[in-house]
Design a protein around this ligand. Structure first.
Ligand code: SF4
Length: 209
């Protein structure tokens, strides 16, 4: 039996409207739902996924609708992000958002629900796990800092876009490595490996959410 939207509860960090600041959809208007919790602990993590408010799916849907009306489908991106959204998101939940273009930002540790229409994977696991979890994704977006090695594209599931995103953090977190070094390294990497593209975190440059 299908659960009512008021009965399904999720732990949510925040819901906000902005532009997508990175990846192949950069510059597009989007509503972000940031779900709490993650199964990784990356040193460069720039999101606060621990704090959470428990919300029902119907409350989340109301908040999403306040920020974007589903009138211009498929242009209204609804981006499920985290933390790691696959820890909570299911097809049953996504059924209640079928009038949006549902995208996910995932770390690649779990398969994503089948109702997701756009997969952006920023892998924190190796190619073997990625091949197990995905036959294809829309984009791989690898965080890269100076000296990092990336897997060969032939080892990865198929993707439309292969992107590198220089680790770009505030001063207190970059004491070991300067942002500029990461950008220089990423540009050199792309020039030597032209199937990869550079993705900068525009929202950080613009200082928007
Ligand atoms: S996988 Fe993403 S959200 Fe989780 S700790 Fe790493 S950077 Fe942060």
């Amino acid at each position: 039996m299908k659960n009512n939207a008021s009965d399904i509860m999720l732990n949510v960090v925040e819901i906000f409207h902005s532009i997508q600041g990175e990846g192949a959809n950069v510059g597009r208007s989007a509503v972000f739902v940031r779900l709490s919790n993650c199964n990784m602990d990356c040193w460069y993590c720039d999101t606060y996924w621990n704090k959470a408010e428990t919300m029902s799916v119907s409350q989340i849907r109301d908040e999403v609708r306040k920020r974007s009306k589903p009138k211009d489908y498929p242009n209204n991106l609804l981006i499920w992000t985290g933390g790691e959204p696959t820890l909570q998101l299911t097809d049953e939940i996504l059924e209640h958002f079928s009038d949006y273009y549902n995208c996910i930002e995932t770390n690649g540790t779990n398969p994503v629900p089948s109702r997701i229409q756009y997969i952006s994977c920023s892998p924190k696991v190796g190619p073997e796990v990625l091949r197990k979890n995905f036959t294809r994704v829309n984009e791989f977006r690898y965080p890269i800092s100076a000296g990092n090695k990336l897997p060969d594209i032939s080892e990865l599931p198929e993707a439309e876009y292969y992107l590198v995103s220089p680790v770009f953090l505030g001063e207190e977190k970059t004491r070991f490595q300067r942002v500029e070094e990461n950008i220089e390294y990423a540009i050199k990497f792309v020039s030597e490996n032209p199937r990869w593209r550079l993705s900068l975190q525009l929202h950080k440059l613009l200082n928007i959410p």
